[in-house]
Ligand binder design. Sequence first.
Ligand code: FES
Ligand SMILES: [Fe+2]
Length: 461
Amino acid sequence: MDYDYKTGFITYPDAEPGSPGAKAPYIDHGTARIDPKRFYSAEEAALEWEHMWTKSWFFVGLAHDVAEVGDWFRADMGKESFIIVRNGSGDEGIAAYFNVCPHRGNRIVHSDFGSTGAGSCFQCDFHGWKFGLDGKNVDIRDEFIFRPEAVAHRPGLKQVRCEVWNSLVFISMVPDGKSLLEHLEIIPEHLAPYPFEKYKVIKDIETCWGANWKTSLDAFVEFYHADDVHPQVAPFTETVGCQYDLYANGNSRMLIPVGYVPLRYEDRDTVTEGLKAFLQFFGGNPDDYAHLKGHEYRSALAEVRRKWADRHGYAHFADLTDDQVNDDWNYYVFPNITLNVFSDALLIQAFRPHETDPRKSYYRAISLCLPVGGTQDMVMDPGQFGPDAVSEPGWDGSVRPEITHPETLEEFGSVLAQDAVRVPEIQKGIESAAFEGYVLSESESRIRHYLAEIDRMIGRG
Ligand code: FES
Ligand SMILES: [Fe+2]
């Protein structure tokens, strides 16, 4: 294949410069190997915590989960824990506090989700202090036993900044500084047509892995591993010819074309059975497209998927290009999430460091789909992405599943299980005396890019 590393693959050669599908300018991060200590040393983890995690916006959850005043969810990050609660209307009506009682330090909430009820308040379960939805102290049990000057400052919950973009909630422990939108930079413009508030959670899993958070993340920001790890997607998904783009603030993306016989195949004319099955899943009939060759099949898929959207009343498809209708636009929002953005589904993968051990981390995968209630159609979990990943007919998204903690690989779903089994194995190899550091291709440039952003924040390099 012809390949110029500064150009890489251009997924949409006809994309207008500056349009969402266009290739970003090349950023040269060199070819040096990456120091393996970054993936296990306690000193490195401490530097990341001090200069990066406590200084950056990071994703904590979905606005879906705080729909009513008093609804809250808990979000942990490293040694810290936060409460995100709705106390008003709109995106501004969501606030975040450290999940720490100012009396003796007890955690205020312990479960993943809950609700205080409108007009109610949080109550600490150690000595019963109460805090309003604005974080202010509203009651100190038996206050007369305190000398007045000890509680004159009315100790309340400590607030952190909280902002929402397209139903995704982010917080920052920095009291001022750049806004979330400044941090996201070009991403909101690219993803403006996707109404994430309409996508509903179909699966939500979290697990603790025996691997550094970056070891885990690195398995999800390149598609170079797809042929070996996910062979079942190859009959309808591009694996080598993906476009990789690097953006400001450590953000990046890859564009993964879906719905044709990929470049890797010698015979790109014959329509694979996998492609036909994909078309049928969205209600198409392969006989209607018998004139198309395998490499032309994306036009058939786009047509069938637009009809699917019309049947279900999803008007945003009119604002999507055929490329967006078909493909997997995979964004990395520095530092802690990847978004696999589809016209009808969204996979959010979140990575966070373990509270004490740099050799462990937490991995969460939230799968969301556009509901198909009132029909016989099914939806496909984007975390599995295959024929075994379909819902029951007429899935309406009305039941928000709990966050579950898989104990077996099967519970991850077929695609994610293939990654899950490898991540701890990679960590072991990284820590071997034999390993001299990642040797990275240009298809793995997103790894260099976010590591360079961490270096910048730490003040190195
Ligand atoms: S620790 Fe919360 S009321 Fe005592
Ligand atoms: Fe993977």
